[in-house]
Each structure stands twice: as C-alpha cells, then as structure tokens.
Design a binder for this molecule. Sequence first.
Ligand code: EPU
Length: 425
Amino acid sequence: MTGGEAEPVIRIDHDGPLEGEVRVPGAKNSVLKLMAATVLADGEFTLTNVPGIIDVDIMSQLLRSIGSTVESAGDGSLVIRHEGELSTEVSAELAGRLRASINLLGPLVARFGNIQIALPGGDDFGLRPIDMHISGLEAMGATCRFDAGILTVNAPRLRGADIRFSFPSVGATENLVSAAVFADGVTTIYGAAREPEVADLCNFLVAMGAQIEGIGESTLRITGVSRGGLHSASHRVVPDRIQAATYIASVAVAGGEVDMVDAQRNDMQMFLRRCSEMGLTFSDLDGGGLRVAASKRLAAVDVQTLPYPGVATDYKPLVIAMLSVADGSAVVTENLYPGRFKYVDELQALGAKIRMHEHHAEIRGVPRLQGASVTAHDIRAGAALVVAGLAADGITTISGVGHIDRGYDDLVGRLRDIGAGIRRD
Ligand code: EPU
C-alpha cells in the first residue's frame, strides 16, 4: 500500500454452502525457519511451495540486509544464495517486525560465532520470552548479554550438551538444533518440540548434511559436523496445517464439501478428532489431501490447546469461531499463551456469546452471528473473524487486514474460489 491509499478491508456477505477445491499453501512457520537456516552454508538454495505472505517478504529483507541474495522465482519458489561472510548484526527494525527473526540466532551463532539481534516482534498476545533459547546456548558454551533490548551472543566454538526443556518450545528447539549442527560432539535435547514444522526444519538440515536423530520425537540428538561441513539443498515446504484448518473451519460454519489439496491428515490429527466430534467428516483424497464435509449444525465440544500433537494454540481462534454457532455450550482452554484471547471482543461484536474465566472461554452457540465492523489484531484472530463473517447474517467488515496478509496466502481469493461471498476492498 502506498501513501494516500485507504487501508484494505475484507467484506463478507455470505450465505450457503462452500463447494470445490482449494490448494493448501506451504507453512509460514516452516518456511521462515528454513530461510533462516540457509545461512548455515554457502551456495544456492531453492525452496518450493513457499506461501505468498508478508512474513516471507520480511524474512527476505532480513536475509538481504545481512548479505544474502533472495529472489522469488515465481511459481511459489524462492532462491537464496550466499557466499562467505554474512553480517551478524541483524537490523533491529526488521527483527522487530517478525517473531521468526529470532530463528537467525542459532544458525548465525553456529556458523559465524556471534550475533547481535533485537528482541523479536510478532503477534502481541502477552509476554513471549526467549530464556530457553539463551540457557540452551549457554549450556553449549556461548556467552549471552542483553543491553537495551539487544541480545549479543558470542561463541567462538559451541560444544555439545545435554539440554532439558521444561516445556517443548518450538522456537528454542529450532534454534538449538541449528546451533548444534557444528558443535563439538553430541547435543541431546530432551523434551523437544515435535511440531511438523520443527521436523521440516530438521529434515532440511539433514538434506544439508547435518546429523540429526529422533526427528519428530521429543528427544533430538544432534552430532556436530565440522564447520563448513554443510552444503546447500533444495526443499519443499511442508503444507500449512493452520491454513488448512482455516478452510475446515469455513466449511464447518457455512456447510458444504471442499477438497483441500495437499492438506496433511497426519499433521493435524487431534484437531481433526475434535472437528469430527463436532460433526464434520473427513476423507482422504487420491493424490494427497483431505476432503471436509459439513452437513449439519456443529455440536459443541470442549477443546484445550497443548503442544504438538495436541490441538495447537494457533487453531484456537478458529475453534472459538466454530463453537460460536455450534449447538450447545463448550469451554476452550488456552494452555500456551494466556493472553491470546484478544479477538473475543470482536467475536462478541458479531453476536457470539462468550464468557471469559481466566484462560478459559465459555462459548454458548447461537444459530447465526450478525455482521458488524471488526478489527483483526493478529493473524489467527483475523482468520477467525473471516470464519465468523461466513457464519453471520448481513455484512461483516474486517480491518487490520495486514495481520492476515502476514500468514495467509490469498485467503480471500481461495475462499471466493469455493463460493464464499467475500471480497477485499
Ligand atoms: N516460552 C518461554 N521461554 C522461551 C520460549 C518460549 O517461556 O524461551 C513460552 C512462550 O512465552 C509461550 C510458549 O512458551 O508461552 C510457547 O512458545 P514457543 O517457543 O513454543 O513458540 P514460538 O516459537 O514463539 C511458534 C509459532 C507460533 C505458535 C507457537 C506455538 C512461529 C514463528 N511461531 O512460536 O505461531 O503459536 O510456536 O505452537 O513459528 C502464529 O503462527 O500465529 C504463531 C503465533
């Protein structure tokens, strides 16, 4: 958007079932980490199935700002090149715009022995500390210092260590695996995060020559190879389970039957189980993907968020939007980010009956919501408002669309393709 242009809004005026086919793009929470991990080796990397989202643009700018070349080759692929030294001073302005900027920490320290980086930005749903990233690096021999919001890490040599997480942090697992690829000896991470996007990063690192055992499990064992021992690689980004869930939630409230090409059933089992209990049906597509069908009003089902393989916190706004029009009452409990309920006011403005008790939301379903003007405050909240708009009579107008653009590849276009009354103005 250039100066003088009005901020975009999404308008929804929808009635009737959704039908057709939608392709699920690559995962934001994988591609950003893959891009960061490329700094571990020289050469040319090609990432395919890259989603067209703003966060990829910001990570591209971050990589360029430290000396990499990043080019979009069209057709959803990204070519990244670097040769030799890269700057380890990361732009505070760019880092402040992207939570995943912190994913440069492990790779840059591993390869170049130091980094200066501002504390990461990203969605504002409460305190998001990085103490586990820091204590893991310290256990591997790094010295870490905070000064005026800037983290400085020095580690001329990292050594393998036993690291025990009290909580399976996604970002800390990713950073410490990346840090460990060149460490002297073996690093074992107990209680590691098991999310499909973490496994995708590990598989990419292995394709680059890293030695990692236990991928997808809660104990990861990384045997350091010599610095310079990794090489460039090509990789297809894992499909985005949260974008897939957004299309599922849309069908859930509007009814209908949609084929989601590339959706990965195995990556979203617990979420699908809850959706089945609510009354949705799923079947596998020939050639990969999932068909979702909704033929009746949803039933209310209690849901709580947990680290993978539990129901991810990122699904929760979608789940609350679904339950807002379900038959009966249900409680949704947030166990990861107690502050991640900001969109509840907006759903209430659309007529949802939600009562908050600390980190529990009690939702009493109503048959239909009512269109109104609402604002998206973060990516997933924005998606939930779109889903709610599909379940509303009258016109729903959503501002704060920039948040949705950070993580969704043409959500409006894809929903239009399956018959949704939605447009972007
Ligand atoms: N935590 C700590 N200390 C740490 C690290 C984490 O206390 O050192 C706490 C956090 O404050 C939070 C919880 O642990 O309460 C989860 O943090 P985690 O590190 O697992 O999450 P993250 O890496 O910061 C990623 C995704 C989030 C997603 C979470 C949980 C990216 C860029 N972000 O964040 O995605 O919600 O994992 O699955 O991968 C989104 O895509 O909308 C999004 C917010």
